[in-house]
Design a protein around this ligand. Structure first.
Ligand code: OGA
Ligand code: MN
Length: 287
């Protein structure tokens, strides 16, 4: 007997899951339905789930071992009682930010690909929202790969890319980093340009982030123009889903086969999201 209802949110990716209460452990049947919906739709949205921090942690742990947030610019966890939770917020208390990413646009990226084993997934929970703005978009990297023109596809086989560790998606330099002028010298992990997804076995374009990216072994100018073409293609609107947040939405995404970005919003408005991520594995070439 089916427990949950899955409703697609865009032709490319994203689905709404209803008929489940995430405050309680997910039973085996519902969990397997969620898993297969997740493999199919890549991004799952659950509405009306008001979760405390312990409840968000308990929910997240059902999807795997937690991966703590990367170091933030302030050198200590945003929530001292819950160091596994990251805070995404523009709010300041006594002049000190309570979270990451501010109120500006967050450029297309996937999370923490500058490490060798990037997180496989993230959960983002909306606790306070601005009136407008701050929408988040995801793009489907299976689809991006499948629809590449053949002459572009042919250039990708066996290639690896540098995933720069210097800047976060809000363009802020990470703690302990220095400015990079030549992407060939950027610090950060090297991943296959096309990965084989560990769960679905399907090839997916794996771009990470554009800034300071470099395709190893190419002339810099060739790498730059190929990356520009790949990014242009991978973020075409028809490959994306736009999330217009409602209070207490919980969004779960796969961080290996999607990219995401966020719109800017009014600097005087407040936006507070709590977030966890799930540990991933090394990524193997898909072509
Ligand atoms: C993230 C992220 C975007 C947002 O949590 O990794 O990029 O909408 N968040 O807050
Ligand atoms: Mn992100």
């Amino acid at each position: 007997m089916s427990h949950i209802t899955v409703t697609p949110l865009s032709p490319a990716l994203g689905a709404e899951v209803s008929g489940i209460d995430l405050h309680r452990p997910i039973d085996i049947q519902a969990f397997s339905e969620i898993r297969s919906a997740w493999d199919q739709y890549l991004v799952l949205r659950f509405r009306g789930q008001q979760l405390s921090d312990p409840q968000l942690l308990a929910l997240s742990r059902q999807f795997g071992e937690l991966d703590p947030p990367g170091p933030n610019p302030y050198g200590k966890p945003f929530l001292s009682d819950f160091p596994e939770i990251n805070v995404i917020s523009n709010v300041k208390v006594d002049g000190q930010p309570i979270g990451n990413l501010g109120d500006g646009e967050a450029a297309w990226h996937c999370d923490m690909t500058y490490i060798d084993n990037p997180p496989r997934a993230a959960l983002l929970h909306a606790l306070e929202l601005p009136q407008g703005g701050g929408d988040t978009y995801w793009s489907n990297m299976y689809l991006a790969y499948e629809t590449l023109p053949t002459e572009l596809k042919n250039k990708l086989a066996g290639r690896r890319v540098i995933h720069d560790a210097t800047y976060n998606s809000a363009g802020i330099m990470r703690k302990g980093m220095k400015e990079i002028n030549d992407p060939r010298e950027a610090p950060g992990a090297r991943h296959p340009l096309v990965i084989r997804h560990p769960d679905t076995d399907r090839p997916a374009l794996f771009l990470g982030r554009r800034r300071n990216s470099y395709i190893i072994g190419m002339d810099l100018s060739e790498s730059e123009s190929l990356l520009d073409a790949l990014w242009e293609h991978a973020t075409r609107p028809e490959f994306t889903f736009r999330q217009e947040w409602q209070l207490h939405d919980l969004v779960l995404w796969d961080n290996r086969c999607t990219l995401h970005r966020r719109d800017a919003f009014d600097a005087v408005a407040r936006r507070i999201m709590h977030r966890t991520q799930i540990k991933g594995t090394a990524l193997v070439p898909g072509v």
